[in-house]
Design a protein around this ligand. Sequence first.
Ligand code: HEC
Ligand code: HEC
Ligand code: HEC
Ligand code: HEC
Length: 176
Amino acid sequence: MLSKSLVFVFCLALFAGGSATAQDFEYIGATKCKMCHNKPATGQQYKIWSEGPHANALKSLTSEKAMAIAKEKGIADPSKDASCLKCHSTYARIDQSLNISLKEDEGISCETCHGPGSKYKSNTIMKDQAKSIENGLIVPDEKLCKECHNEESPTYKEFNYAEAVKKIAHPVNAGN
Ligand code: HEC
Ligand code: HEC
Ligand code: HEC
Ligand code: HEC
């Protein structure tokens, strides 16, 4: 009897938790965003990202500086070590069962800050912020940045949100 009611409660919990969770949204990778977000007239977000720190975050783990940090910590290859990849690679951060086409070498990719794009990626949804959010879009904030910009980073520099956002700015109207 007890087990039967437990099963019932468990099913209820599953049912309640099953609707509109992050589980519905999958990672499509930056090249998919590029199709619509690389036009000079609307700001070339892809180009700006690819030349910025986040797209190159994985590459940094092969630099001399990275090797020196790793050596001190007894890590053989920082570009393969989970304790570094957790902040330097979107690919390493995500549940691979939700990965449709995000590539391993993307560094910190669009979808870390904007959410997995499989459902919001169409023109009609993207033009409507509320609908985009329903379909997995995340509006990035300071808290999100601090998942990585914190004292656990071996090279931590004080993080000033207002200034940091300016450094990586990629507004839609940049080409105007
Ligand atoms: C089919 C075209 C298309 C694709 C693919 C696409 N977008 Fe968009 N996106 C748009 C359009 C259109 C807008 C509305 C703004 C504009 O007019 O440029 C937009 C707006 C946005 C915004 C601003 C949303 C807001 O209201 O705050 C973000 C952030 C964004 N896109 C990120 C992404 C990311 C990340 C991807 C890839 C996972 C992506 N987009 C893929 C067309 C697209
Ligand atoms: C998933 C981890 C992660 C998140 C989330 C993240 N960053 Fe970063 N960020 C990094 C890493 C790693 C680097 C270093 C890249 C390199 O040089 O290899 C970096 C570098 C930077 C830099 C250049 C270095 C500096 O400190 O001046 C800026 C600016 C920056 N990030 C801003 C932001 C902002 C703003 C947000 C939130 C909107 C954000 N980041 C969210 C991981 C992250
Ligand atoms: C908690 C998140 C986090 C972890 C874990 C992390 N990093 Fe970083 N890393 C960052 C951020 C954020 C930056 C940008 C600079 C800063 O620390 O503010 C960065 C920058 C760097 C840079 C570029 C620094 C420069 O200015 O040239 C190197 C190299 C680096 N990290 C190596 C490593 C190595 C090696 C490991 C693993 C031992 C590691 N990181 C673990 C978040 C992290
Ligand atoms: C480190 C986090 C981070 C990454 C990586 C990132 N963005 Fe953003 N993005 C932001 C922030 C922060 C804003 C500003 C949000 C705001 O103004 O409220 C933004 C704004 C945008 C906007 C809206 C601009 C506007 O003027 O309304 C678009 C479109 C966009 N990003 C697309 C992309 C695409 C495409 C990629 C990958 C090629 C990408 N972003 C990568 C953090 C990020």
